[in-house]
Design a protein around this ligand. Structure first.
Ligand code: NDP
Length: 253
């Protein structure tokens, strides 16, 4: 089928959006895919799409910020598919607010989901990867890591993920495990739709205005990110580690 035949992948936050596209893309390359999301029922659409491209998927209910749920979820994958070879840390939320109005709850929710969630899932995944001397971890940063008004929590988490990526790459490289991050710019998903709603701009107009500021003159689609993730998970990318790949239709400052 593809270059990921026989591999088992976990994609978090894969019920929809970028995570769903990544799960299906990895399945297209031959991987069996565990679809993690808070809401197990929401994962069924992704599992069905995985079957459509000829692979096997399972829905696993998991809040990535909860240590016990993460451990249990990985055990479920190992039980069902035998092991874990690939982890894509994608689950994420936004709680945008200017810093003077940002609550501790808004800060904690975002840091916990992105940063603690990626740490917990990576710590669990490497247990399965180290004995096999092969593994791929891809984290999800963002152009917001470079700073973004109203996103002190989110940009801190996304910048933190770049540090986590480089450190895991250094620690795990000797075990055949590469660790990289994708850093998307504007991608058309429910997340960007909710931002448009919050600021009271119709989504179509929001997209049109964003496209004018992007060098390739369009916003991104989930598949744009999924294609890069598929490369980073392949054997062809075995000498690429600790990198942050911006997927943003142009250079970032
Ligand atoms: P979506 O909101 O469309 O999808 C995110 C998914 O993650 C949802 O299904 C959500 O479930 C799930 N999720 C949220 N919290 C948790 C949790 N604690 N445990 C498990 N699953 C959870 O977002 P996108 O697809 O747009 O974004 C995916 C990733 O890409 C995020 O990390 C985001 O920060 C990043 N990104 C997105 C960009 C964009 O322009 N869209 C740009 C740069 C980065 P539920 O619906 O139940 O909350």
């Amino acid at each position: 089928m593809g270059n990921l035949d026989g591999k088992v992948a976990v994609v978090t936050g894969a019920a929809r959006g970028i995570g769903q596209a990544e799960a299906v893309r990895l399945a297209q390359q031959g991987a069996k895919v565990a679809v993690f999301d808070i809401n197990e029922a929401g994962c069924q659409e992704t599992v069905a799409k995985i079957a459509e491209v000829g692979s096997q998927g399972i829905a696993v209910a998991c809040n990535v910020a909860d240590e016990q749920q993460v451990t249990a979820a990985f055990a479920t994958v190992a039980d069902k598919f035998g092991s874990v070879d690939i982890l894509v840390n994608n689950a994420g939320i936004i709680r945008d607010e200017l810093v003077y109005k940002m609550t501790v709850q808004e800060w904690d929710a975002v840091i916990d989901t992105h940063l603690k969630g990626s740490f917990l899932c990576s710590r669990e995944a490497q247990k399965y990867m180290v004995p096999k001397n092969w593994g791929r971890i891809v984290n999800t940063s963002s152009t917001a890591a470079l700073g973004n008004r109203g996103q002190a929590n989110y940009s801190s988490a996304k910048a933190g993920l770049q540090g986590l990526t480089k450190t895991l790459a250094i620690e795990l490289g000797r075990y055949g495990i590469t660790v990289n991050a994708v850093a998307p710019g504007f991608i058309q998903t429910e997340m960007t739709r909710s931002t448009a709603e919050r600021i009271g701009v119709p989504f179509e107009k929001f997209i049109e205005e964003a496209a004018q500021r992007i060098p390739v003159r369009r916003v991104g689609q989930p598949i744009d990110v999924a294609n890069v993730v598929a490369f980073l998970c392949s054997d062809e990318a075995s000498y690429v580690s600790g990198q942050v790949i911006y997927v943003a239709g142009g250079p970032t400052v």
